[in-house]
Design a protein around this ligand. Sequence first.
Ligand code: SF4
Ligand code: SF4
Length: 378
Amino acid sequence: MSNERTIPTIQYGTFSQRVHEQAAAHQRVIKAQFELTYRCNLHCRHCYTDPYNSKEFFSHELTLDEIHRLLDEMQQLGIVWLNLTGGDIFMHPHFFEIYEAAVHRGFLLQLYTNGTLFTKATIERLQQMPPFTIDISCHSVTEEPFDWFTQVPGSFRAFVRGLELLRDSGLPFTLKTKAMNWNTDEMPAIRQFVESFGQEFGFTTSLSPRLNGDLSSLSCRIAPEDIVALRGDQPTADGDEERCGMSADLFAPNTDRLYRCGCGTDTIHINAWGELGTCTLQYERRVSLRTHTLADAIEMLFREIRGLRYQGDSPCRTCEVHTFCDKKPSDARWECGTAEAPIPYDCDVALTRAQSALHQTLIHPLRRTHKEVGTHHD
Ligand code: SF4
Ligand code: SF4
């Protein structure tokens, strides 16, 4: 009789669903996004981390020892999905040491990169221990606009070279696109390019101020009506990062919570300076992981974020299209002065999306009177 034992397997979708259900039942964190560095070889015009991609800030970044400690703590907490991002991860001087440490701890690893830094050597190293997936930004497929946007001549050629190496490697990857005002006309070509790599095309649209409050990144915003026109029958690529403010239920009731999304439930974000947040763009509250353990920081932070409430009479509080809205309170603070303020661009986008989805004419959230608040359009 054979001594071999069969290890039971389940479909990935079933596994993922079970882990999410258990996390919800036991209020456990299962996903983490970890910004290893703000260093990047590009300077994309919409990039929120770019102001800290400069020598004078690198000394603030987590040391290798601190990164190892955080990986240990994430493993102890039972985190399953770990997204390593930047900046660009391959600009971290010890990327592969960190990567291999993360692989050995058993995380399902998702790598974010701009794709321009792949070499035969990096590909071979990844092949020895493949990640769960590699996500690459693809905002243009034409040399001149691509290099204009990244502000680095030659970046398009490096991007194409990197993608070809990746495709030939057999490593799992996906391409993600941000639709902006300068690349709207290129969407059909980008779609074709993405599909030529056997990928499903989708795009996101939300842009945020830079981490230092600089609003210049917002100049790339796409017009609200173009979002709906482009969307057409396209599958949405909106992920956690983009639609964190959007409920799955289009008719989710209003509450006066400042964060009506999933912030403070099963996901954490750690920035390159070791500050814990509840998502990439949540900067209302952060806790330093240099002075707190990860477990203590999560407990403090989640309690605070879930407890934050609108205090004033912001239209967001009673907004009937809030489930279509991308507003992030920290963006509102930079753009409009307070976290409670509505962001007029987000109002326009939410209204356009809602009207398109519901086939109704609705009142603009900023034009509703107090009397209209709470009424519904049947
Ligand atoms: S590649 Fe990513 S990190 Fe680098 S500048 Fe562009 S958006 Fe920022
Ligand atoms: S649509 Fe405007 S008013 Fe409504 S939640 Fe979004 S930002 Fe606030």
